[in-house]
Write a protein that binds this ligand. Structure first.
Ligand code: WQD
Length: 324
Protein backbone atom coordinates (compact mmCIF):
# COMPACT_ATOMS: atom_id res chain seq x y z
CA UNK A 1 0.00 0.00 0.00
CA UNK A 2 1.15 3.55 -0.81
CA UNK A 3 0.21 6.54 1.33
CA UNK A 4 0.94 10.22 0.67
CA UNK A 5 1.45 12.42 3.76
CA UNK A 6 0.74 16.02 2.83
CA UNK A 7 2.52 18.10 5.46
CA UNK A 8 4.53 14.99 6.32
CA UNK A 9 7.69 16.91 7.27
CA UNK A 10 6.05 18.40 10.34
CA UNK A 11 5.97 17.18 13.94
CA UNK A 12 2.88 14.96 13.61
CA UNK A 13 3.45 14.17 9.94
CA UNK A 14 6.94 12.78 10.49
CA UNK A 15 5.69 10.59 13.34
CA UNK A 16 2.93 9.35 11.02
CA UNK A 17 5.62 8.52 8.44
CA UNK A 18 7.38 6.37 11.05
CA UNK A 19 4.12 4.59 11.91
CA UNK A 20 3.20 3.84 8.28
CA UNK A 21 6.76 2.67 7.46
CA UNK A 22 6.74 0.44 10.56
CA UNK A 23 3.48 -1.04 9.24
CA UNK A 24 5.08 -1.83 5.86
CA UNK A 25 3.58 0.98 3.78
CA UNK A 26 5.42 2.86 1.05
CA UNK A 27 5.34 6.49 2.14
CA UNK A 28 5.39 9.72 0.13
CA UNK A 29 5.89 13.15 1.72
CA UNK A 30 4.55 16.33 0.12
CA UNK A 31 5.62 19.46 1.98
CA UNK A 32 6.54 23.11 1.35
CA UNK A 33 9.03 22.96 4.26
CA UNK A 34 7.72 26.29 5.61
CA UNK A 35 7.62 24.83 9.14
CA UNK A 36 8.58 21.18 8.62
CA UNK A 37 12.12 19.93 8.23
CA UNK A 38 13.88 17.49 5.92
CA UNK A 39 15.69 16.29 9.08
CA UNK A 40 12.38 14.95 10.39
CA UNK A 41 11.77 12.69 7.39
CA UNK A 42 12.64 9.04 8.01
CA UNK A 43 14.79 7.34 5.36
CA UNK A 44 12.86 5.40 2.74
CA UNK A 45 10.22 8.06 2.04
CA UNK A 46 9.66 9.56 -1.40
CA UNK A 47 9.88 13.35 -0.93
CA UNK A 48 8.05 15.92 -3.05
CA UNK A 49 8.53 19.63 -2.38
CA UNK A 50 5.51 21.79 -3.15
CA UNK A 51 2.69 23.90 -1.80
CA UNK A 52 -0.95 22.91 -1.42
CA UNK A 53 -1.89 26.33 -2.79
CA UNK A 54 -0.09 25.53 -6.08
CA UNK A 55 -2.11 22.95 -8.01
CA UNK A 56 0.64 22.73 -10.64
CA UNK A 57 2.88 21.34 -7.89
CA UNK A 58 0.19 19.35 -6.05
CA UNK A 59 -1.72 17.58 -8.81
CA UNK A 60 1.24 15.85 -10.54
CA UNK A 61 2.06 14.25 -7.17
CA UNK A 62 -1.56 13.26 -6.51
CA UNK A 63 -1.60 11.60 -9.96
CA UNK A 64 1.11 9.08 -8.97
CA UNK A 65 -1.38 6.52 -7.62
CA UNK A 66 -1.91 6.51 -3.83
CA UNK A 67 -4.08 4.17 -1.77
CA UNK A 68 -4.68 7.02 0.66
CA UNK A 69 -3.78 10.61 1.43
CA UNK A 70 -3.22 12.04 4.92
CA UNK A 71 -3.72 15.81 5.10
CA UNK A 72 -1.62 17.35 7.85
CA UNK A 73 -0.66 20.61 6.13
CA UNK A 74 -2.38 23.31 8.15
CA UNK A 75 -1.52 26.38 10.18
CA UNK A 76 -2.45 25.65 13.80
CA UNK A 77 -1.77 28.74 15.88
CA UNK A 78 -5.26 29.48 17.14
CA UNK A 79 -4.32 32.93 18.44
CA UNK A 80 -2.79 34.02 15.11
CA UNK A 81 -5.93 32.82 13.28
CA UNK A 82 -7.84 35.59 15.07
CA UNK A 83 -5.51 38.37 13.96
CA UNK A 84 -4.47 37.09 10.51
CA UNK A 85 -7.47 35.11 9.22
CA UNK A 86 -6.40 35.62 5.60
CA UNK A 87 -3.43 33.26 5.80
CA UNK A 88 -5.63 30.66 7.52
CA UNK A 89 -8.35 30.99 4.89
CA UNK A 90 -5.86 30.58 2.04
CA UNK A 91 -3.87 27.74 3.58
CA UNK A 92 -6.34 25.80 5.69
CA UNK A 93 -9.41 26.22 3.51
CA UNK A 94 -8.32 26.94 -0.09
CA UNK A 95 -5.31 24.65 0.20
CA UNK A 96 -7.44 21.86 1.66
CA UNK A 97 -9.99 22.24 -1.14
CA UNK A 98 -7.15 21.83 -3.66
CA UNK A 99 -6.31 18.54 -1.95
CA UNK A 100 -9.91 17.31 -1.84
CA UNK A 101 -10.56 18.21 -5.51
CA UNK A 102 -7.22 16.70 -6.50
CA UNK A 103 -8.01 13.44 -4.71
CA UNK A 104 -11.41 13.29 -6.41
CA UNK A 105 -9.99 14.06 -9.87
CA UNK A 106 -7.17 11.52 -9.49
CA UNK A 107 -9.33 8.63 -8.27
CA UNK A 108 -7.83 8.57 -4.76
CA UNK A 109 -10.42 6.78 -2.63
CA UNK A 110 -9.46 7.62 0.94
CA UNK A 111 -8.36 10.75 2.78
CA UNK A 112 -7.51 11.32 6.43
CA UNK A 113 -7.89 14.82 7.84
CA UNK A 114 -5.85 16.11 10.75
CA UNK A 115 -8.68 17.85 12.57
CA UNK A 116 -8.79 19.30 16.06
CA UNK A 117 -10.66 19.52 19.35
CA UNK A 118 -10.80 23.22 18.52
CA UNK A 119 -13.95 22.47 16.48
CA UNK A 120 -15.86 22.05 19.75
CA UNK A 121 -15.13 25.46 21.33
CA UNK A 122 -16.13 26.02 24.97
CA UNK A 123 -17.09 22.61 26.41
CA UNK A 124 -20.75 22.19 27.35
CA UNK A 125 -19.95 18.89 29.10
CA UNK A 126 -16.92 16.70 29.79
CA UNK A 127 -15.50 14.43 28.60
CA UNK A 128 -16.16 15.73 25.09
CA UNK A 129 -17.56 13.09 22.71
CA UNK A 130 -18.21 13.43 18.96
CA UNK A 131 -21.86 14.37 19.59
CA UNK A 132 -20.76 17.50 21.47
CA UNK A 133 -21.91 20.72 19.75
CA UNK A 134 -19.33 22.20 17.37
CA UNK A 135 -19.02 25.93 18.03
CA UNK A 136 -15.37 26.84 17.42
CA UNK A 137 -14.14 29.85 19.44
CA UNK A 138 -11.36 30.67 16.98
CA UNK A 139 -11.00 30.87 13.23
CA UNK A 140 -8.50 28.02 13.21
CA UNK A 141 -11.16 25.72 14.68
CA UNK A 142 -13.66 26.99 12.11
CA UNK A 143 -11.28 26.17 9.23
CA UNK A 144 -11.07 22.59 10.46
CA UNK A 145 -14.83 22.28 10.87
CA UNK A 146 -15.50 23.74 7.42
CA UNK A 147 -13.16 21.22 5.76
CA UNK A 148 -14.96 18.41 7.56
CA UNK A 149 -18.14 19.70 5.92
CA UNK A 150 -16.59 19.67 2.43
CA UNK A 151 -15.30 16.14 3.00
CA UNK A 152 -18.81 14.99 3.87
CA UNK A 153 -20.14 16.37 0.56
CA UNK A 154 -17.32 14.78 -1.47
CA UNK A 155 -18.08 11.46 0.20
CA UNK A 156 -21.76 11.76 -0.72
CA UNK A 157 -21.17 13.04 -4.25
CA UNK A 158 -17.93 11.34 -5.34
CA UNK A 159 -17.40 8.43 -2.92
CA UNK A 160 -14.23 9.96 -1.41
CA UNK A 161 -14.29 8.31 2.03
CA UNK A 162 -12.62 10.19 4.87
CA UNK A 163 -11.56 9.85 8.47
CA UNK A 164 -11.54 13.13 10.37
CA UNK A 165 -9.30 12.74 13.41
CA UNK A 166 -10.00 15.41 16.05
CA UNK A 167 -6.72 15.63 17.95
CA UNK A 168 -6.65 16.93 21.48
CA UNK A 169 -3.25 18.20 22.63
CA UNK A 170 -0.48 16.44 20.75
CA UNK A 171 2.69 15.97 22.83
CA UNK A 172 5.81 13.85 23.29
CA UNK A 173 8.38 12.41 20.87
CA UNK A 174 9.25 9.06 19.30
CA UNK A 175 10.42 6.74 22.09
CA UNK A 176 13.24 5.36 19.95
CA UNK A 177 14.66 8.88 19.51
CA UNK A 178 14.20 8.73 15.74
CA UNK A 179 12.90 12.34 15.67
CA UNK A 180 15.29 15.19 16.37
CA UNK A 181 13.60 18.31 14.93
CA UNK A 182 11.83 20.65 17.34
CA UNK A 183 9.18 23.26 16.52
CA UNK A 184 10.50 26.73 15.77
CA UNK A 185 9.03 29.50 17.94
CA UNK A 186 6.32 27.30 19.57
CA UNK A 187 3.26 28.65 21.41
CA UNK A 188 2.06 25.37 22.95
CA UNK A 189 2.72 24.72 26.64
CA UNK A 190 5.07 21.75 26.58
CA UNK A 191 7.58 23.04 24.00
CA UNK A 192 7.55 26.42 25.78
CA UNK A 193 8.29 24.70 29.11
CA UNK A 194 11.06 22.70 27.46
CA UNK A 195 12.62 25.77 25.81
CA UNK A 196 12.66 27.40 29.26
CA UNK A 197 14.30 24.30 30.74
CA UNK A 198 16.94 24.39 28.01
CA UNK A 199 17.62 28.09 28.61
CA UNK A 200 16.31 29.12 25.20
CA UNK A 201 13.57 31.15 26.95
CA UNK A 202 14.03 33.03 30.22
CA UNK A 203 10.72 32.06 31.84
CA UNK A 204 7.34 30.39 31.39
CA UNK A 205 4.24 32.54 31.65
CA UNK A 206 1.39 30.63 33.27
CA UNK A 207 -1.76 32.00 31.67
CA UNK A 208 -3.90 32.31 34.78
CA UNK A 209 -4.13 30.31 38.01
CA UNK A 210 -7.69 31.29 38.93
CA UNK A 211 -9.55 28.69 36.89
CA UNK A 212 -12.09 26.38 38.51
CA UNK A 213 -9.60 23.48 38.68
CA UNK A 214 -7.80 21.77 41.58
CA UNK A 215 -4.65 23.93 41.32
CA UNK A 216 -6.26 26.84 39.45
CA UNK A 217 -4.40 26.28 36.17
CA UNK A 218 -5.78 25.07 32.84
CA UNK A 219 -6.33 21.37 32.24
CA UNK A 220 -5.86 19.71 28.85
CA UNK A 221 -5.94 16.20 27.37
CA UNK A 222 -2.37 15.52 26.21
CA UNK A 223 -2.04 12.66 23.74
CA UNK A 224 1.33 11.20 22.76
CA UNK A 225 2.17 11.80 19.11
CA UNK A 226 3.05 8.12 18.69
CA UNK A 227 -0.49 7.24 19.79
CA UNK A 228 -1.83 9.84 17.37
CA UNK A 229 0.25 8.39 14.52
CA UNK A 230 -1.03 4.87 15.24
CA UNK A 231 -4.55 6.28 14.93
CA UNK A 232 -3.83 7.39 11.36
CA UNK A 233 -2.72 3.90 10.32
CA UNK A 234 -5.79 2.32 11.92
CA UNK A 235 -8.04 4.92 10.30
CA UNK A 236 -6.73 4.27 6.78
CA UNK A 237 -7.10 0.53 7.27
CA UNK A 238 -10.66 1.12 8.50
CA UNK A 239 -11.52 3.15 5.36
CA UNK A 240 -10.01 0.52 3.04
CA UNK A 241 -11.88 -2.27 4.82
CA UNK A 242 -15.28 -0.63 5.31
CA UNK A 243 -15.44 2.14 2.65
CA UNK A 244 -17.22 4.14 5.39
CA UNK A 245 -16.29 7.64 6.56
CA UNK A 246 -15.81 8.42 10.25
CA UNK A 247 -15.10 11.32 12.58
CA UNK A 248 -13.41 10.44 15.88
CA UNK A 249 -11.65 12.12 18.82
CA UNK A 250 -8.07 11.12 19.58
CA UNK A 251 -7.29 11.96 23.19
CA UNK A 252 -5.90 10.28 26.31
CA UNK A 253 -9.19 10.76 28.21
CA UNK A 254 -7.24 12.13 31.17
CA UNK A 255 -6.53 15.77 32.02
CA UNK A 256 -3.28 17.37 33.18
CA UNK A 257 -2.89 20.92 34.52
CA UNK A 258 -0.23 23.43 33.60
CA UNK A 259 1.35 23.05 37.05
CA UNK A 260 1.41 19.24 36.78
CA UNK A 261 3.25 19.58 33.45
CA UNK A 262 5.64 22.14 34.96
CA UNK A 263 6.37 20.10 38.11
CA UNK A 264 7.07 16.90 36.13
CA UNK A 265 9.29 18.84 33.70
CA UNK A 266 11.34 20.25 36.61
CA UNK A 267 11.67 16.75 38.09
CA UNK A 268 12.70 15.06 34.82
CA UNK A 269 15.04 17.82 33.57
CA UNK A 270 16.54 18.80 36.93
CA UNK A 271 16.18 22.42 35.76
CA UNK A 272 14.53 25.22 37.78
CA UNK A 273 12.33 26.36 34.86
CA UNK A 274 11.45 29.89 36.05
CA UNK A 275 7.73 30.61 35.79
CA UNK A 276 5.36 33.41 36.71
CA UNK A 277 1.60 33.79 36.76
CA UNK A 278 0.27 36.14 34.09
CA UNK A 279 -3.21 37.03 32.83
CA UNK A 280 -5.49 34.43 31.33
CA UNK A 281 -5.16 33.95 27.54
CA UNK A 282 -8.32 35.03 25.68
CA UNK A 283 -10.46 32.08 24.64
CA UNK A 284 -8.81 29.49 26.91
CA UNK A 285 -11.36 27.16 28.54
CA UNK A 286 -10.58 25.88 32.03
CA UNK A 287 -10.66 22.21 31.09
CA UNK A 288 -10.72 20.12 27.92
CA UNK A 289 -10.77 16.31 28.12
CA UNK A 290 -11.75 13.86 25.36
CA UNK A 291 -13.90 10.81 25.22
CA UNK A 292 -12.17 8.48 22.75
CA UNK A 293 -14.67 5.64 23.14
CA UNK A 294 -15.67 5.87 19.46
CA UNK A 295 -12.06 5.51 18.25
CA UNK A 296 -11.62 2.53 20.55
CA UNK A 297 -14.84 0.92 19.34
CA UNK A 298 -14.42 1.53 15.59
CA UNK A 299 -10.63 1.48 15.18
CA UNK A 300 -9.47 -0.51 18.19
CA UNK A 301 -7.39 2.57 19.06
CA UNK A 302 -5.96 2.94 22.59
CA UNK A 303 -3.61 5.63 23.91
CA UNK A 304 -0.60 3.63 25.16
CA UNK A 305 2.09 6.28 25.69
CA UNK A 306 0.01 9.30 26.74
CA UNK A 307 0.87 9.24 30.45
CA UNK A 308 2.60 12.26 32.03
CA UNK A 309 5.95 10.53 32.62
CA UNK A 310 6.29 9.21 29.06
CA UNK A 311 5.23 12.49 27.47
CA UNK A 312 7.66 14.61 29.50
CA UNK A 313 10.56 12.13 29.46
CA UNK A 314 10.36 11.61 25.67
CA UNK A 315 10.21 15.37 25.10
CA UNK A 316 13.10 16.23 27.42
CA UNK A 317 15.18 13.50 25.67
CA UNK A 318 15.09 15.77 22.58
CA UNK A 319 15.27 19.20 24.23
CA UNK A 320 18.21 18.33 26.51
CA UNK A 321 20.29 18.38 23.34
CA UNK A 322 19.57 22.09 23.00
CA UNK A 323 20.59 23.17 26.53
CA UNK A 324 22.47 26.47 26.33
C1 WQD B 1 -2.33 24.40 26.99
C2 WQD B 1 -2.51 25.00 28.37
C3 WQD B 1 -2.81 27.39 28.34
C4 WQD B 1 1.26 28.21 26.85
C5 WQD B 1 -3.85 24.62 21.19
C6 WQD B 1 -4.74 25.00 20.07
C7 WQD B 1 -5.50 23.78 19.63
C8 WQD B 1 -4.56 22.65 19.32
C9 WQD B 1 -3.62 22.37 20.48
C10 WQD B 1 -3.99 22.15 17.05
C11 WQD B 1 -3.59 26.09 28.42
C12 WQD B 1 -1.50 27.02 29.05
C13 WQD B 1 0.11 27.58 27.29
C14 WQD B 1 1.99 29.03 27.74
C15 WQD B 1 0.40 28.53 29.46
N1 WQD B 1 -3.79 22.92 18.16
N2 WQD B 1 -0.31 27.73 28.57
N3 WQD B 1 1.53 29.16 29.02
O1 WQD B 1 -4.54 26.12 23.81
O2 WQD B 1 -5.08 23.78 24.67
O3 WQD B 1 -4.61 24.15 22.26
O4 WQD B 1 -2.96 23.61 20.79
O5 WQD B 1 -4.88 21.38 16.84
O6 WQD B 1 -6.24 24.12 18.49
O7 WQD B 1 -5.63 25.97 20.56
O8 WQD B 1 -2.76 24.29 23.88
O9 WQD B 1 -0.44 24.25 24.66
O10 WQD B 1 -1.42 26.47 23.89
O11 WQD B 1 -2.18 25.48 26.06
O12 WQD B 1 0.00 28.66 30.63
O13 WQD B 1 3.06 29.65 27.41
O14 WQD B 1 -1.30 25.64 28.76
O15 WQD B 1 -3.46 28.46 29.01
O16 WQD B 1 -4.24 26.00 29.67
P1 WQD B 1 -4.32 24.66 23.75
P2 WQD B 1 -1.62 25.16 24.58
Amino acid sequence: MRVLLIGGAGYIGAHCALAFLDRGYRVGIFDNFSTGSMDNIPSGCEVYTGDINNVDQLNPVLSLGWDGVVHLAALKAAGVSMTEPEIFARNNISGSLNIICGCSEHAIKHIILSSSAAVYGEPKYLPIDEQHPTNPENYYGYTKLSIEGHLDWFDRLKGLTYASLRYFNAAGYDLQGRMQGVERDPANLIPVVMETAAGIRSELQIFGNDYDTADGTGIRDYVHVTDLAAGHVLALEYLVETQTSITVNLGSQSGLSVLEILDKSREVSGKSIPARISDRRLGDPAKLVASSAKARELLGWEAQYSDLDTIIASTWEIYKGFVK
